[in-house]
Design a protein around this ligand. Structure first.
Ligand code: NAG
Ligand code: NAG
Ligand code: NAG
Ligand code: NAG
Ligand code: NAG
Length: 457
């Protein structure tokens, strides 16, 4: 017995830890829901800074007590103490507390040590205010998610002190009026999983330190005034699934290191000043479903390699100066639903294989230099309907046998003396301009007219 006592000691201690002084431990009903006075005071200060919906102190003297919280406040018990703590705060649109016109950004949110998520949606709309941090304090914040969305009077820079939020996993600062450069310190937040700074007025470059964000799954910097090249360190973001850099002023090539991002599903680079060749390892991006890169001064041929990205659902390369022909390899993209190649300088014939794409739904080849007989039959033309646009290619013509009752903005071919289909000599869109808006009977009439024209000469 005596000898075995030490064996029981650890279990005894364990019991002590798990059920400390059972007689004093309150049951669920008895738990004291009071907060630390300092934490409650910080919470009330934040509420009074933001919202005049209520007299917060008077109406909620014990704000974390179950049944006493308001929509937009979530409290949870601390793991190491018996007190409740502010865990999540939401502001903006009802039922969450609404923001008064004089609301200013409350830097006190970074002084709530247990706060994990903060949302300000459509909150700072009148008085200009900036993101700020408490002065001269080493941050004890355990914030994991900070979302400031659609706050038109939130201006100024992203302060470098943002790097003190070491636990941050989701940082969404979208649709505000933040300006200046992205602070380099931000890229020390290597817990970040999602970074969204879209729709602001940010300037400057993306620093090479972006490669530190090795846990990043989503990166959205679209709709800012960012410049410079994509740093080659982007290749270190091995978990990245979504990359959106649209509508900035980025220059240069897409770096070759992008081939390392083999989990990439979505890439959008539209409306920048990218130019030059596509990255050599493009074919390695086997998980890509969306490649969206309209409106760049590329002025090269289209890359045959796109044909290897068999998961592609959308391929958008409009208005970017591409020349040469449409690679026939595009016909291998069996999951493609949208192909946008309009407003380039593409020439040659439309690859017949495009008509075999089973899911194609939106096909815009308008405003190019394409020629020859359109390789689509009437069932294909009807299936796509107005989502097929071949207009503005003066060299294209449609086989008359497929032309009844369809509108695709192209001429109908004529049959030459030797029996091959050729572009009409005169720009004879006129008979079928009428059928374009017509029903089938009118189309038949037009075909008769066409027949007369063809065989009267
Ligand atoms: C913060 O520190 C600076 C110098 O590091 C000092 O000038 C300033 O007074 C301090 N502010 C507060 C509020 O303590
Ligand atoms: C095509 O899409 C379907 C459904 O979205 C998916 O099940 C299939 O795996 C995809 N095919 C390829 C080659 O990715
Ligand atoms: C139209 O073309 C598609 C693909 O080329 C083909 O599968 C289909 O059978 C054709 N339909 C008709 C009515 O010829
Ligand atoms: C095709 O692109 C042109 C030029 O951008 C645009 O005007 C037209 O509406 C598009 N057509 C379709 C069917 O999307
Ligand atoms: C038929 O004539 C056209 C010109 O009218 C010509 O371009 C084409 O090569 C000819 N085709 C054959 C098979 O002779």
């Amino acid at each position: 017995m005596f000898l075995s006592f030490p064996l029981y000691l650890p279990i005894f201690l364990l019991l002590l830890i798990s059920f400390p002084t059972t007689s004093v431990t309150p049951t669920n009903q008895q738990l004291s829901y009071t907060m630390q006075a300092s934490e409650a005071e910080t919470l009330f200060t934040i509420m009074e800074t933001i919202s005049s919906d209520r007299k917060w102190r008077a109406s909620h003297p014990d704000p974390c007590k179950p049944g006493s919280t308001w929509h937009g406040l979530v409290c949870k018990p601390g793991k190491t103490d018996n007190q409740f703590h502010v865990f999540r705060l939401d502001f903006g649109s009802p039922p969450n507390p609404t923001c008064k016109n004089t609301a200013k950004f409350p830097s006190q949110i970074f002084e709530l040590p247990f706060l994990q998520s903060v949302f300000f949606f459509n909150c700072f709309t009148h008085a200009t205010t900036s993101i700020s941090f408490p002065p001269n304090k080493t941050s004890t914040s355990s914030l994991q998610q900070l979302s400031l969305i659609s706050n038109p009077s939130l201006i100024g820079p992203i302060p470098p002190q943002i790097s003190s939020l070491k636990s941050l996993q989701i940082l969404t600062l979208s649709q505000n009026r933040l300006n200046r450069g992205i602070p380099t310190d931000l890229f020390s937040l290597n817990s970040l999983v999602h970074l969204d700074l879209s729709y602001n007025m940010l300037t400057g470059i993306i620093p090479f330190q972006m490669g530190n964000l090795k846990n990043l799954v989503g990166l959205d910097l679209s709709y800012n005034f960012l410049t410079g090249t994509i740093p080659s360190t982007i290749g270190h973001l091995a978990l990245l699934q979504k990359l959106d850099l649209s509508s900035n002023s980025f220059i240069g090539r897409i770096p070759d290191t992008i081939e390392n991002l083999q989990t990439l599903v979505f890439i959008a680079l539209s409306n920048n000043r990218f130019r030059g060749e596509f990255p050599r390892g493009l074919t390695k991006l086997v998980n890509l479903q969306y490649f969206i890169m309209d409106d760049n001064p590329m002025f090269i041929n289209l890359a045959t390699e796109f044909g290897h990205l068999v998961k592609l659902q959308e391929l958008r390369l409009a208005n970017s100066g591409y020349s040469g022909s449409i690679p026939s390899s595009f016909s291998q993209l069996k999951n493609l639903s949208t192909l946008s190649l309009q407003s380039n300088r593409l020439s040659g014939e439309i690859p017949a294989g495009l008509s075999t794409l089973p899911h194609i739904y939106h096909l815009n080849l308008s405003r190019n230099l394409l020629g020859g007989v359109i390789p689509f039959n009437s069932s294909f033309l009807k299936r796509l309907g107005k989502n097929l646009d071949l207009s503005g290619n003066s060299g294209l013509c449609l086989n008359p046998s497929e032309a009844y009752g369809v509108k695709i903005g192209a001429n109908v071919c004529e049959t030459s003396k030797n029996g091959s289909l050729v572009l009409p000599l005169k720009n004879s869109q006129s008979p079928c301009m009428l059928c374009q808006s017509s029903r089938l009977w009118f189309g038949t009439l037009c075909a008769l007219v066409l027949h007369c024209i063809l065989f009267s000469g």
